[in-house]
Design a protein around this ligand. Structure first.
Ligand code: C2O
Ligand code: CU
Ligand code: CU
Length: 469
């Protein structure tokens, strides 16, 4: 791993990630026109078989080619044959068994991000599948419905693997949610946002920490698309699967959006906003009512983080037809997480080490053989997370495995609406101190917490926690 060589890039990248400066030197591949592709909905993976309360799936991680830029075959590393990988649709109360084949040339580890799973099924960096081998992951799906995702988590190679394509959605349906009347079926749409850098031959370029050169946005694996919508309500499930890029999203000229869900699923009550942040690893679900716009209206989804034009327009919604709409957004969605009174406090410091060229938590690089936090199963804890990277200014995104938490405050102030629901990943901007309340309720064992700017986790910003029953 070229850690020192990556330092200069990383620093530049990090300044950019906060929207400070961004050079316009790198070319962005030409599309056939703005928003030319139609929004691609990742295919739903079909079970290989089903028995009793278990659905069986199989997926191979492998190199394949796909068309991202018009007329060009780009080599990608995917699950199955598509970029992103197929969507796994699970149902609360039914077990999923995923047989994961590794047809890649390096070890992989498949992690269900946001999954409440036994640690043996968690897909951690030390639990890899060697090339040519396979294993089964068993997901109990006992947690409430949520927009989860699966992605590679191999030791130090997760950043490159996810960048090259090893990521897909995992939508956990919840029977309790079906009675709410939210938009469903074709009106319930997953939208994965990321960025990429292409060379002159249209091939993906990966440079560790190379954020500043990743100036082409991809939405469900295509260049910024258009999406033909009916004049009615849609549930839009946004996921930021980019390695380092943050988004601040708004629709058209401040079109209202109702936030109904975050990382861990539904929020207690819908929150109307005109913009929201989406940092790597995070999910935000909104309902947008296109009935407020006449047929023929075009609404651009704007991103206000990052200075080059290429990253400012994410996609376009074209209202092309009228429709009837029986869906509703009820005033009460799901009770807030009940985490109880805290009895333990911990402090975490995220900081880049300039001399080492590595990213550290509490002054240490990731070591799978060291236990950084010992946690009692069922204890309620407050974690205070400090981002010490004010200069150079580097954002970090704290993600922890196996459970969901609530964000208490940021720099002593209330957090953004999109952060008031159940979370598994939280942003700390340069200099921020963020407090979360967390409880590990179901699964004991050893797993990780880390920065979800994956170039950072690959360069050391990950640590081990052991939960003991
Ligand atoms: Cu999405 Cu430990 O990762
Ligand atoms: Cu995770
Ligand atoms: Cu980080």
């Amino acid at each position: 791993m070229a850690a020192t060589g990556a330092v200069a890039l990383t620093l530049a990248a990090c300044e950019n990630a906060t929207g400070a400066t961004e050079s316009t030197a790198t070319t962005t591949p030409a599309a056939t026109g703005p928003f030319a592709p139609a929004l691609r909905i990742p295919q739903i993976l079909k079970p290989t078989h089903t028995s009793g309360d278990t659905d069986y799936y199989a997926l191979a991680a492998k190199t394949t080619e796909t068309e991202i830029l018009p007329g060009v075959r780009t080599k990608v590393l995917t699950y199955g044959d598509t970029l992103p990988g197929p969507t796994i649709k699970a149902t609360r109360g039914r077990t999923v068994v995923l047989t994961q084949y590794n047809s890649h040339t390096e070890p992989i580890s498949t992690h269900l991000h946001g999954g409440h799973v036994p640690v043996s099924q968690d897909g951690v960096p030390w639990d890899t599948i060697e090339p040519g081998k396979d294993r089964d992951y068993r997901y109990p799906n006992t947690q409430p419905g949520a927009t989860l995702w699966y992605h590679d988590h191999s030791h130090m190679t997760e950043a490159e693997h996810v960048y090259r394509g090893l990521a897909g959605m995992y939508l956990l349906d919840d029977p309790a949610e079906q009675t709410l009347g939210l938009p469903t079926g074709e009106y319930d749409v997953p939208i994965m946002l990321r960025d990429a850098q292409f060379d002159d031959a249209g091939q993906l370029v990966f440079t560790m920490g190379g954020f500043k050169d990743r100036k082409t946005l991809l939405v469900n694996g295509t260049l910024p698309p258009h999406f033909e919508v009916a004049a009615r309500k849609y549930r839009l499930r946004f996921l930021n699967s980019a390695n380092e890029r943050g988004f601040k999203l708004s629709l058209g000229d401040a079109v209202p959006m109702q936030i109904i869900g975050t990382d861990g699923g539904l929020v207690p009550a819908p929150i109307t906003v005109t913009e929201f942040y989406l940092w790597p690893g995070e999910r935000v679900e909104v309902v947008v009512d296109f009935a407020a716009h006449p047929v023929g209206t075009q609404l651009v989804l704007n991103n206000s983080i990052g200075e080059v034009d290429a990253v400012k327009s994410v996609m376009r919604f074209d209202v092309t037809r009228s429709a009837t709409d029986a869906s509703v957004v009820p005033a009460a969605l799901r009770p807030a997480l009940d985490l109880g009174a805290p009895t333990v406090e911990r402090q975490l410091v995220f900081k880049f080490d300039l001399a080492m060229g590595m990213y550290l938590i509490d002054g240490k690089m990731f070591d799978e053989n060291r236990i950084d936090q010992r946690i009692a199963l069922g204890a309620t804890e407050i974690w205070t997370i400090r981002n010490d990277d004010l200069k150079p200014s580097i954002p970090h995104n704290m993600h922890l495995h196996l459970t969901h938490f609530t964000v208490l405050d940021r720099n002593g102030k209330p957090v953004d609406p999109a952060e008031t629901g159940p979370k598994d990943t939280v942003t700390t901007l340069p200099g921020d101190t963020v407090r979360i309340k967390v409880k590990f309720t179901e699964n004991a064992g050893k797993t990780v917490y880390h920065c979800h700017l994956l170039d950072h986790s690959a360069m050391g910003m990950m640590a081990v926690m052991e939960i003991t029953a």
